[in-house]
Design a protein around this ligand. Structure first.
Ligand code: HEM
Length: 452
């Protein structure tokens, strides 16, 4: 569970304790330190044992080794995700192959980056309206941090006709099982099975909903195409008028992502049939809600607990240019990222850090944790890493992953998260009533906030 007490203090001889512990107690100690004191623990690893081999997994803690591994998807594979993602049904469970390249790039094009200014405006409106009706007090995890992305999933992605609480549930159980239910999480077997069962149930409900959504929307798009043929001359005339009046660059959003996907024709040779389209629509929902919620909630908490940066952020929140405000959000997220590591498995024997003094052979089939939070505190890439310095080199952050599996929703997340934080920081007298309650897990569950 993330904790803010976990600042980068002096080295605390973790490795001495680890080496002296009986075999059965070694990995539980590692788990405990990752969960409660990640920064000083990672610091000692970076300095003394940068490639840290344990019975459960191998941790890569230096910036160079993390990027080396994430740049070689055929060797450091996403095999651990496979069984949790319909045995390869979703692109994220594919490494350097045709399906991944094809579907990722199609979806990246459809999520047109030119939409982003309007997406930010949509987020601002959704967030402001939720806060307005909260009347000065809110349980921020369910009613704000999950509700804003769930509403965007409806309004921008186009997953309408369903209670937002259902969307939230489906994203939660998928993310819980995908990222926080592995042997190295040390979850009791019964609890682990319950998470998988809830995930399977959520996937069944989600698949049924997506099928109905796509069928209904497909009919609308077909009807629209028929109408377009009938009125083709009229539409051409309208387009000509728009061009002559200089409105051809009008970038107002006139659709949503599901509709945009259905309006597009994919030749058979592209291999993107209606089933593949539906799976990717499900991926948009799963990816969007729980990640955004956790990032926004943890940044809000971090700032509320850092008076100096809270004051600066509140001043910047009132300005129309968002760049400096957003820089504070991304730097805060370095201290409280949604996860300290990503998850991979080696496909062959491989020697990491070749030619360095920590070069280490790793056998095939080893579970690897590229510890991205540790990489974001590595002085080799981050000057004065323990200091809070907004406006750092964006390309060194790992907030949205790295390499070919870098987040599909990155650019949406890059406007949604800071705008959610901004809207709430604009509330005068904002205060927390206790910290985020994780209910013993990794994902936030409750956080009481009020304002005057
Ligand atoms: C806004 C909507 C979002 C969508 C639709 C989305 C979707 C996805 C997808 C499909 C992938 C897999 C990409 C691949 O394997 O090639 C991915 C990866 C990832 N996403 Fe997102 N995501 C969203 C938001 C976020 C947010 C807000 C965060 C964090 C703040 C985040 C963090 C990540 C990370 C770290 C990865 C890499 C996982 C890995 O390499 O193992 N995502 N996302």
């Amino acid at each position: 569970m993330p904790t803010h007490a976990a600042t980068s203090k002096a080295t605390q001889a973790y490795l001495e304790q680890y080496d002296a512990a009986p075999e059965a107690e070694k990995f539980p100690l590692v788990r405990h330190w990752i969960d409660t004191q990640p920064l000083p623990f990672f610091k000692e690893l970076r300095e003394k044992r940068p490639v840290f081999i344990t019975r459960a997994c191998t941790l890569l803690t230096r910036f160079d080794d993390v990027t080396e591994a994430l740049n070689m998807p055929g060797i450091f594979t996403v095999a651990p995700y496979g069984p949790k993602m319909g045995n390869g049904a979703f692109l994220m469970a594919h490494d350097d192959d045709a399906l991944h390249t094809r579907e990722k790039s199609l979806m990246q094009g459809i999520l047109n980056r030119d939409d982003l200014p309007q997406v930010r405006t949509m987020v601002a409106k959704i967030a402001a309206s939720i806060l307005q009706s909260a009347n000065g007090r809110i349980e921020a995890i369910n009613d704000y941090c999950r509700m804003v992305p769930a509403t965007l999933v409806q309004d921008y992605f186009g997953l309408r006709g369903i209670d937002r609480r259902k969307l939230i549930q489906w994203s939660f159980w998928n993310q819980f099982d995908f990222f926080y239910n592995y042997p190295f999480d040390l979850i009791p077997a019964e609890k682990s099975k319950e998470i998988t069962d809830r995930h399977n149930q959520a996937s069944e409900e989600l698949a049924k909903y997506i099928k109905e959504l796509i069928a209904g929307r497909w009919l609308l798009v077909k009807a629209e195409k028929g109408k377009n043929v009938l009125f083709a001359a009229w539409y051409l005339f309208q387009r000509l008028l728009r061009r002559l009046s200089g409105r051809k660059n009008d970038k107002r959003l006139t659709d949503d992502i599901v509709t945009r996907l259905l309006r597009t024709s994919y030749p058979d040779a592209v291999d993107f049939d209606i089933e593949r389209l539906g799976i990717n629509v499900g991926g948009l929902l799963i990816g969007a809600i729980e990640t955004t919620c956790q990032a926004a909630a943890q940044v809000i908490e971090y700032l509320l607990e850092s008076p100096e940066w809270l004051a600066k952020a509140q001043t910047l929140a009132a300005q129309s240019d968002c760049a400096a405000f957003d820089g504070i959000v991304w730097e805060a997220l370095r201290f409280v990222p949604i996860t300290p590591y990503l998850i991979r498995q080696t496909s062959i024997d491989y020697t990491i850090g070749k030619g360095t003094d920590h070069e280490t052979p790793i056998p095939a089939k080893t579970t690897i944790l590229p510890v991205t939070q540790s990489a974001m505190f590595d002085p080799r890439a981050f000057e004065n890493p323990d200091e809070f310095i907004p406006g750092r080199n964006w390309y060194h952050y790992f907030h949205f992953g790295f390499g070919i599996h870098e987040c599909l929703g990155k650019y949406v997340g890059m406007v949604m998260i800071p705008e959610m934080v901004r809207q709430i920081l604009l509330k005068p007298g904002l205060q927390a009533h206790g910290g985020i309650d994780y209910e013993g897990g990794h994902l936030p569950q409750r956080y009481e906030l009020s304002w005057s």
